[in-house]
Ligand binder design. Structure first.
Ligand code: GRF
Length: 215
């Protein structure tokens, strides 16, 4: 089995990063986390990555005059570490179209909503305001348009009476931590790949389940 070299890009606490690092410890996991990169030197996730023995680098976006030069610095670091796939995990910088195109089919993101609902920020607040009873998270390939890339996997959770943004976020993030490693596994072992702007799966899955909310 070839283990693909993966970089995780973060800006904050890095709980999804930690779940990917943990999953990649399994001997049969088709990826190794070779690098963690943050655009914020104070991101708590950097220390977590170092503690796990992973190369962790800060490339401070504030030190660059524009997005292009920042993205070139990212590319250089990714090249130095011989990276094959990128996972965005709470990375709060918009990447240039050129960078996104170069990594097309090799860069994925996790987003805290059932896309295409609630692109952008404040997803839990907006879901609560709309009164939806099912919410969740999505892993997708990254395309230049924000949160609009082809969907690789999704997990749904119920929204319950009395939910706050915090309680809903906590319920969703538990599923994020399960979903993201599964998605990374599928793209690294070739089970899910991007073809002509669509995700093609070389596996079947159970179509019998359903989440009812209220259950
Ligand atoms: C997660 O909710 C993720 O879906 C979103 O940003 C948050 C990052 O959290 N893209 P963490 O840094 O992984 O804990």
């Amino acid at each position: 089995m070839t283990r693909r070299r993966v970089a995780i890009l973060i800006s904050g606490r890095g709980s999804n990063m930690a779940s990917l690092i943990e999953a990649a410890r399994a001997p049969d996991f088709p990826a190794e986390i070779a690098l963690v990169l943050s655009n914020r030197p104070d991101a708590a996730g950097l220390e977590r990555a170092k503690a796990a023995g992973i190369a962790a680098l800060a490339i401070d976006h504030k030190a660059f005059p524009d997005r292009e030069s920042f993205d070139r610095a990212l590319d250089a670091a990714l090249g130095e570490h011989d990276i094959a796939f990128i996972c965005l995990a709470g990375f709060m910088r918009v990447l240039t179209d050129g960078f996104v195109e170069r990594w097309s089919g090799r860069m994925i993101n996790i987003h805290p909503s059932l896309l295409p609902l609630y692109r952008g920020t404040q997803t839990h607040r907006r879901a609560l305001e709309d009164g939806v009873l099912v919410h969740g998270c999505t892993v997708h390939f990254v395309v230049p348009e924000l949160d609009a890339g082809p969907i690789i996997s999704q997990a749904a959770v119920p929204v319950v009476p009395g939910d706050t943004q915090e309680s809903l976020a906590a319920r969703v993030v538990v599923q994020e931590h399960r979903l993201y490693p599964q998605a990374l596994r599928m793209i690294c072992d070739g089970t899910a790949r991007l073809e002509n702007g669509r995700v093609v799966f070389s596996r079947r899955w159970d179509a019998s389940g359903a989440l009812h909310s209220p259950g």
